[in-house]
Design a protein around this ligand. Sequence first.
Ligand SMILES: Nc1nc2c(c(=O)[nH]1)N[C@H]1C(S)=C(S)[C@@H](COP(=O)(O)O)O[C@H]1N2
Ligand SMILES: [Mo]
Length: 160
Amino acid sequence: MTELLKITGEVTNSREISYDDLAGINASHQVIDVSKLGMKRGGDAITLGGLLELVQVQETAQYIGLHASADNFHASIPLAPIRDTALLIYRLHDAPLTGKSGGPFRFYIPNHAACHTDEIDECANVKFVDHIEFTADKGFDNRPTDDAAHEALHRHDSHD
Ligand SMILES: Nc1nc2c(c(=O)[nH]1)N[C@H]1C(S)=C(S)[C@@H](COP(=O)(O)O)O[C@H]1N2
Ligand SMILES: [Mo]
């Protein structure tokens, strides 16, 4: 089964994109080995700039919504501060990113803040992203807002 990433909202060109679509994007938008940028798990990515170009994001887009229906995890973060730095990891060892690594598509913001210390935090490195939605106003966000909620979330983690 080919997993698709839906991109909707304040864009001219709504799309459903696959691993092959991402791998086919111009080399100038590809980042090989995100561990160079501090990502502990590694992998290859497409720049957010490359995605914005692909869907022709509109000027009205102020927030990016990252939706993971797999575990009902959602973040909505301001676009401007991460526009030139954020990445979407989609490949590891020349194959689609597996669920174990947060795949098939994982958002990554280099220089993120610690979880729930800022709007742009490690929690916003959303795993299992199946829908990216650009909005004019802040959208749905159910990231943990306090220590207890954040610890509860991590209690489900199988790694570390
Ligand atoms: N879909 C989804 N993405 C998520 C989370 C989650 O629970 N679900 N947890 C966030 C938090 S709080 C952290 S610290 C990191 C953990 O990433 P890791 O599992 O690669 O260590 O993923 C973030 N992205
Ligand atoms: Mo976290």
